[in-house]
Design a protein around this ligand. Structure first.
Ligand code: 1CP
Length: 345
């Protein structure tokens, strides 16, 4: 039976001539209407916890572009916030946290997850779900434990997550406890998002690619699988997209072992290689270079066509290989959507 929502059809294994399309970070700084609301809304975290504003921001890219999915406007760092770690955002600099430095900083977080703090997020979901066009799917999300832990330990964004990698080598037991705390919190958080009204979930492991193989297995693959297993056990039938950025040669194995309904592919993955080497099972999502979208013109058309060609006949969700860049011209996003939607002709 075909759903009326193309994204959910593909997540159930259907290949569509015109793939559904949404973009990571589609709600954000490249949109003038986002800038306008943010300017009035106080701090970034206050905006995430303001259901009226967060719902408006979630809907903005749907109203402007007609994407096939809306993604909840929030941030992966609301989970550390609800664990009691101090989190704030400095404009122009990104997130800041009081870094975890030792075993006792980790142990202090145990049992401290206050899901009540995230009540405004669930209220945002409740507001958005009644406003979405009937063909548009609603995506909830969280950060994967490794990626969230990497910010909790560094206290900020870094180019290579060296602080968390060092912590994991030096204090593997404490790091494992931190990952377990994040697995449990993420599972509870995702289940509550489902109960509030999202129809599918994406788990962002944006920093999966910095780890050597054994560390990848322990801190990326195993915790992702735990989260997927537990959420599916509690709420069967809700599809899950796993985005392990930099997953590279791990992807064929992740397709077979994670139990995800789709795998997100980053920009570095050759779509021809992916179509050939990632076993059938999960849908594939991606993977246009955000810089090709920023550049526009013939380069953008060429990249779109090559992705469409490579995934033809497979369940595919069109997306970027990472988030929309703030400088991206709006017309290029229109160009992208028009070209993808002409794909079947
Ligand atoms: O208005 C502003 O100045 C804040 C910019 C911004 C926005 C729009 C941040 C700060 N977060 C967000 C929203 C956001 N973050 C969404 C909303 C939904 C959508 O996609 O439209 C989502 C899904 C995220 C997820 C997120 N936050 C990730 C994973 C995805 C990715 O991009 O890799 C990560 C790593 C973060 C942390 C974060 N939050 C914000 C910034 C600038 C960062 C990255 C910091 C860094 O590493 O330097």
């Amino acid at each position: 039976m075909s759903d009326r929502k193309p994204l959910l059809d593909v997540l159930r294994g259907e290949a569509r001539a015109i793939p559904p399309i949404w973009l990571m970070r589609q709600a954000g700084r490249y949109l003038p209407e986002y800038q306008e609301l943010r300017a009035k809304a106080g701090s970034f975290l206050d905006t995430c916890y303001n259901p009226r504003t967060a719902a408006r921001i979630t809907l903005q890219p749907i109203e402007r572009f007609g994407f096939d999915a809306a993604i909840l406007f929030s941030d992966i760092l609301v989970v550390p916030d609800a664990l009691g770690q101090k989190v704030w955002f400095e404009s122009g600099h990104g997130p800041r946290l009081v870094p975890l430095e030792n075993d006792s900083d980790v142990d202090a977080l145990s049992g401290s997850f206050d899901i009540g703090k995230l009540a405004p997020v669930f209220e945002t979901i409740d507001r958005v779900k009644g406003e979405l066009p009937s063909s548009v799917a609603f995506i909830g999300f969280c950060g994967a434990p490794w990626t969230v832990a990497s910010y909790m330990i560094a206290g900020r964004g870094t180019p290579d997550q060296a602080p968390a990698r060092l912590f994991a080598y030096r204090r593997p037991e404490a790091f494992a406890r931190l990952i377990d705390i994040l697995v449990e919190a993420s599972v509870a958080y995702l289940i509550r998002q489902i109960d509030a009204g999202v129809e599918t979930l994406q788990i962002f492991d944006s920093w999966a690619g910095v780890l050597p193989p054994q560390e990848f297995e322990r801190w990326v693959a195993a915790p992702l699988k735990k989260i997927i297993d537990k959420v599916k056990e509690a709420r069967p039938g809700v599809p899950i997209i796993a985005f392990a950025r930099g997953g590279a040669t791990h992807l064929p194995r992740l397709a077979e072992t994670l139990g995800a309904d789709a795998l997100g592919l980053d920009t570095a993955i050759d779509p021809v290689w992916a179509a050939k080497h990632i076993p059938a099972g999960p849908a594939l999502q991606g993977n246009l270079d955000p810089l090709a979208l920023l550049a526009g013109g013939a380069a953008l058309d060429r990249e779109i066509d090559s992705i469409l060609r490579s995934f033809a006949g497979r369940p595919h969700i069109f997306n970027l290989g990472h988030g929309v860049l703030p400088e991206t011209p709006l017309e290029h996003v229109s160009q992208l959507i028009e070209r993808v939607r002409r794909a079947g002709n």
